[in-house]
Ligand binder design. Sequence first.
Ligand SMILES: Nc1ncnc2c1ncn2[C@@H]1O[C@H](COP(=O)(O)OP(=O)(O)OP(=O)(O)O)[C@@H](O)[C@H]1O
Length: 261
Amino acid sequence: MTGHPKNIIQVSQVSIGYDPNEPAIGKGIGFEVETASFIALVGSNGIGKSTLLKTLDGRIPPLEGQISILGKPLEDYEIKQLAKVVSIVGTSAVESKNLSVYDLVAMGRQPHTGWLGTLSRTDHAHIKRALTLTQTEYLADRKCFQLSDGQLQKVMIARALAQDTPIILMDEPTTHLDMYHAIQVLKLLKQISKSEDKTILFSTHDIGSAIQLCNHMLVMTPEKSFFGTPCELIEAERFDGLFPKDSIRFDKNTGTFKIIE
Ligand SMILES: Nc1ncnc2c1ncn2[C@@H]1O[C@H](COP(=O)(O)OP(=O)(O)OP(=O)(O)O)[C@@H](O)[C@H]1O
């Protein structure tokens, strides 16, 4: 048991966007996430998946509504305090590809050590465990620029694990990966969410894999967002409204998209 409340993230009637004077990008978003869930955010390009992740990690404030993390309003967290609760794996390139893998993963310990803090035995133990969990120990001494996209993605996950937060948010963790390595990363994340009691929310365009692997999904459409288990969402035909119907349609029986010739 983690001691974390059952509903680790609560989002209520949230509108997201960058400018309060412009129409919101997404409105009326609401869901509750249980500890150790593995959750996908899906929706078409530009629908607001990254914007929602940035809102959940406190980078931009919600335009309306409430977000609570571990039962506490998001706006009541100080930056450093939030970094002990929520870690982020973004899409942007690693800041310094010249770092060794070990040093990059060690950066995950910053909320615990401070920028100039030296690493304690506990910090090193967290780094080593993160490398073990992501099966990247063998890369520890390599420079990040020497890694393949798949290896780098696992190392970025290791950095988030070293940060030791109950919640990990990930923006498109499988971009640039082939089908096999994308599934490997998603299976690894799902396994980590269970074994380490991590709540993992990630955005993805790989809806088929998310349907097969996730506990819950948030389906974002221009009108509304829908939260549920993959089965509930299929039954309620929520995937049908994701894209214009001229080129693909969702097949309820197989849970996959079919091309319309
Ligand atoms: N920093 C920003 N300032 C203002 N508008 C932005 C900013 N970043 C993104 N947007 C706009 O917000 C909208 C949602 O973008 P967002 O990146 O959240 O979508 P997404 O669902 O993650 O898309 P994709 O699947 O293409 O990555 C888009 O119209 C985008 O142009």
